[in-house]
Design a binder for this molecule. Sequence first.
Ligand SMILES: [Zn+2]
Length: 177
Amino acid sequence: MNTVFFDVDTQLDFLYPAGSLYVPGAETIVPALARLTTYASTHGIPIVSTMDAHTGADPEFATWPHHCVVGCLGQRKPEATLAGSRGRQHFITKQHVDCFTSAALLPLLAELQADHYVVYGVVTEVCVRNAIRGLLATGKRVTVLADAIKELDAEAAQSTLADLTTAGGAIGASTDY
Ligand SMILES: [Zn+2]
């Protein structure tokens, strides 16, 4: 089984109260993120890390508060999510809530040849949801780690997970790794 970890937008602006688009409670998943990052590094598992990378006048800011502007501290990822030189980490920057709008993603997935994607990060019902949808469309196994995601809207997050299982995906936990 060739597993790839899919780390969605675990960036400072989302994860911490001082961030400009803080997802309430997101800092509580950071220990799980740290464990997953270490596990991937020590087991040779590639990590695909998507990152919001907006310009100062991005059209998305009509919908969302300013966040993850390139060059700002909040756009960066915490240490807990960085594999460093020990890891096989690939960064996909994007300007849109759907990471599959990044032209670099599909060629990267083709290169990694995963059988199984393990998805975690934020925001559950927005960027994680789009990632799940795109990964399921590749026809591979998709598992979302329920204790390593965080939502803005509990109901929308529940429907995201329900849609995932309806589509044949699975729900797991970071402690499975
Ligand atoms: Zn964004």
